[in-house]
Design a protein around this ligand. Sequence first.
Ligand code: ZN
Length: 310
Amino acid sequence: MITDIKGLHHVTSMAADANENNTFFTDTLGLRRVKKTVNFDAPDVYHLYYGDETGTPGSVMTYFPFPGMRRGHRGAGEVGVTEFAVPKGSLGYWQTRLVDKGMIRQSEDVAFGEKRLSFDGPDGDGFAVVETEDRGRTPWTGVDVPETAGVFGFNGARFRLKDASATGELLEYMGYQKADTQGNLTRYIIEGGNAADTIDLEEIGDAPMAGQGAGSVHHIAFAVDDRAAQLRVRQALMDTGYQVTPVIDRNYFWAIYFRTPGGVLFEVATNEPGFDHDEDTAHLGEALKLPEQYEAQRAEIERVLPDLAA
Ligand code: ZN
């Protein structure tokens, strides 16, 4: 069994409009933009990272805004809900704030003893804010969301699957423990993780498979401390028969990817070197950062990318 996974590292989704996406995360949800860079495979598209003050693994939501991209359609085989942890007693605040910002499709419920407010993002993204303890995490306070309501980071994610059994087995192999079941939901938790430590599997039987597009999660990344741990995880996954990519340098972490039996694309990402290794913490996310291979094309890239509000 793998013992190196610490919980979530980041979640990466797709959007149709960079400015709408930027406004939603930095204003509506009150996260900090911790990196403004480009899609390393398509440098005419942004890769935007939002999180806590320094982009602590377990707090980082990232987006590829492809201009005018068609919406995905929701279904089986995807991350259906990305869940943000917020302080106890703050759901009322979020209900009002989200309505004020135009997020009117909301529903409140309780799952596994946690109060949650589910809502759609700008592209129909499935989100929830979930009331939890802070567990040592501090919200970003550079915005008008009060500290008593600010997002701590991820609580976890909910996958929607035709059949949860193989993905459940994989999660257990990755160090998660089956914690509880409620109807068609099964909760998995990782002990000793970074607080972004729950995965809920929702079995939806004969629902159609999801089609990816704007508002869809592209992949979900799990955290390991360093490159040595990542190589151990890679080997263990390959020993079990998974096809895992080579290690890829993403500038702010190293990444490996593999497709899981339920259809969700998994990544394992290192906590090193982090988002503050190439700019001051005080100015994270302000300047356009390009990987070395695209520096020569900077003028052209800057001309194509839309200006973003700070
Ligand atoms: Zn990723």
